[in-house]
Design a protein around this ligand. Structure first.
Ligand code: WTA
Length: 632
């Protein structure tokens, strides 16, 4: 049993059983090795744990910073390490992916089977003219084919750009257009709470605005009638039944620095940007940090309950676990469907040993009370994880007590789409403080800076920055290297700006506070104010709009919108509903404002920038701060 935290100054220590189980060698030695020789230590790991077609000549090239390069000259492919090598090892008959549909349908793929399906679909893509470097947009729900599609792209060197299935027409259109994809892979629909999300219809509508797509491959999942455009749309199952679906295809040797995927995310102002990750560094970083933090073993049942459409799903449902030869569980539906114990039922039936989820989900399930989890045998769980936003201590304690039975340490992992992998996180041996992501991982050097770039004192809040490059870091913003430099490396020259504020306590533990830019985290999903505002003003009734995030008990933040209406338009409740639906249609249901207020003016700087900070202070009844730049 863990010692009583209250007797340890609020620290939760790992039990003897947890400590005895840790397979990663001396962490402090690793930390020190990274500090002394960052590149050399990563090189050792990359050599020992991964297969390469050709070795690299330079581990870390800093000559063109901040365009860092890792494992330069090396050739590999993430699929060589995530599938090929396991399919020819003793793991070939081990489950790679276990999937449960919302309707309780189950499917599983051994490494051999997944390797075979990925190879066959890779051959199909190749036969359809997809070449190395081509971008492929993938827009699907949580079904095995999303993993197959991503891995098939990677295998032939195509660059996947997954658009979260909860996004809608304009969000999808913008991402297709920016990535210049010629081919899209989607499904007829996705199941969510017993309803069909009409993915193919949304794709059709987006394609009216983005005619660059020549081919759409459609997976049949929900089975309703969908329009199939002759000459453009093809069924996945038809293609996979043709001789072109050949299982014998070589994995494309890729330069370590070749792009693996684009993933769009919201940042400071403007349209979402495509974060670019690579085959080499991303592979090494993702697998290594997953091993450090969750110490996955062959007998584990790993369940990352995120969506593959976000970085957490990319890194920790698909690539990370497969690289480690682990068994990864994917669940299609909602956590509370048909009952609030669906997740605990899944955890019990599949014998989940590690559960990785977000504070919003924990708070949502906590509301239903302890009886739902308590009727299930959760004794196989040994570790828990959290990601996406700061976890409030109350939710942390519930998760620890009711789900983990005070037995399972909670790995609160801080990271970002841009970082590719965990950056600040405990490992199983770390004493925990509820609400803190604890310490940077080995090789990660952080700081907390004030406005002038000076380190702040312990317990003072400041900008969270990262001071040294790491293998899985984003390489650029696709098509906009200038924006990459401006967004991340300009505020404080030479250091990476995370966009978060944080403080460090006297023990060096990091407490992330939240975003300092125009990003709003709603239910752990990352949304940009600009995308929602532009959806609002695309409605004929709205002249100007501003949105902010306001605290919400379950979702972390909820969206509050302020709209100035076009002259002569009546501010009715019906219009509020219409605007909310309009945002859901253009961006996605997650972006729907919880409240919309009609106003006559918006606070702006003299140069015309909306001061969301002022709106936020007003909404929360707080001091509006320095108003010297406010236009009077
Ligand atoms: C927030 C998700 C506190 C943070 C992997 C970051 C967190 C943003 C944590 C990135 C955590 C993520 N504690 N805040 N453990 N994890 N965040 O790109 O604000 O969707 O900058 O990546 O989520 O969100 P993104």
């Amino acid at each position: 049993m863990a010692r009583n935290a209250e007797q340890n100054g609020g620290l939760y220590y790992p039990s003897e059983a947890v400590l005895a189980d840790i397979s990663v060698a001396d962490f402090e030695a690793l930390r020190e090795a990274m500090r002394v020789d960052l590149a050399g230590t990563w090189a050792e790991i990359a050599r020992a744990e991964f297969e390469w077609f050709e070795p690299w000549h330079t581990t870390l090239d800093e000559s063109n910073a901040p365009f860092y390069k890792w494992f330069v000259g090396g050739k590999t492919n993430i699929v060589l390490n995530a599938l090929d090598r396991h399919a020819r090892s003793w793991r070939r008959n081990k489950a790679a992916l276990i999937w449960e549909g919302e309707n309780y349908e189950c499917r599983s793929y051994t490494y051999h089977q997944l390797h075979r399906e990925v190879s066959r679909f890779a051959s199909v893509l190749k036969a359809m003219g997809v070449n190395k470097g081509d971008r492929v947009t993938i827009y699907m729900g949580r079904i095995p084919e999303i993993a197959i599609a991503m891995l098939a792209c990677a295998k032939i060197g195509a660059v996947h750009s997954v658009v979260y299935g909860g996004f809608s027409v304009e969000a999808l259109h913008g991402r297709i257009e920016d990535s210049e994809s010629k081919i899209a892979i989607t499904a007829d629909g996705a199941w969510l709470r017993g309803n069909i999300v009409p993915l193919k219809n949304i794709m059709d509508e987006a394609l009216l605005r983005a005619p660059t797509i020549q081919t759409v491959i459609v997976v049949k999942r929900t089975g309703q009638d969908v329009h199939m455009e002759p000459g453009r749309d093809l069924w996945y199952h038809d293609l996979m039944n043709l001789p072109i679906a050949d299982a014998h295809i070589e994995t494309e040797p890729m330069d370590a620095e070749d792009p693996l995927f684009l993933l769009y995310t919201s940042g400071t102002t403007g349209a979402p940007k495509a974060i670019l990750h690579t085959h080499g560094g991303y592979m090494v970083g993702v697998a290594t940090t997953l091993k450090w933090v969750f110490d996955i073993k062959d007998e584990d049942m790993w369940w990352c309950a995120a969506d593959p459409g976000w970085i957490t799903g990319h890194s920790y449902i698909i690539y990370g676990p497969l690289l480690l030869g682990a068994t990864s569980l994917m669940y299609e539906g909602a956590p509370n469907h048909p009952f609030p114990d669906r997740w605990w039922d899944i955890a019990e039936r599949h014998g989940v040993t590690i559960l990785y989820t977000a504070p919003t989900a924990i708070r949502g399930l906590m509301r239903f009370g302890d009886a739902w989890p308590n009727r299930h045998d959760l004794s196989k769980l040994r570790l828990l994880g959290s990601v996406g936003e700061p976890i409030n201590p109350e939710a942390w304690r519930w998760y620890h007590r009711v789900i983990g039975k005070e037995r399972c340490p909670i790995m609160d992992t801080w990271w970002q789409t841009e970082t590719g992998t965990f950056m600040i996180s405990p490992v199983p041996s770390t004493p925990l403080k509820p609400g803190s992501a604890t310490l940077p991982l080995p090789g990660v050097e952080i700081d907390v800076l004030d406005e002038d770039g000076n380190p702040v004192s312990p317990n003072e809040e400041g900008y969270l920055v990262i001071k040294r490059p790491w293998p899985a870091m984003l390489r650029t913003i696709y098509g906009d290297p200038e924006r990459y430099v401006n967004n991340y490396w300009s505020r404080f020259p030479g250091v990476y700006m995370t966009g978060d504020s944080a403080r460090r306590d006297e023990d060096g533990y990091v407490w992330v506070i939240g975003r300092v830019d125009d990003v709003i985290k709603v239910s752990g999903y990352r949304l940009g104010t600009a995308e929602i505002e532009s959806a609002l003003v695309s409605h004929r009734a709205v002249a100007e709009a501003a949105v902010i995030g306001v605290p919400d008990e379950v979702r972390g933040h909820a969206i509050k919108a302020y709209c100035i209406l076009v002259a002569g338009v009546e501010p009715t409740q019906r219009l509020v509903e219409e605007l909310r639906d309009h945002v859901a249609h253009e961006v996605g249901p997650i972006a729907k404002p919880a409240t919309i207020e009609f106003v006559d003016t918006l606070p702006k700087t003299r140069s015309g920038k909306i001061m969301r900070r002022v709106l936020k202070a007003r909404a929360l009844g707080q001091d509006e701060g320095d108003l010297s730049t406010l236009e009077q």
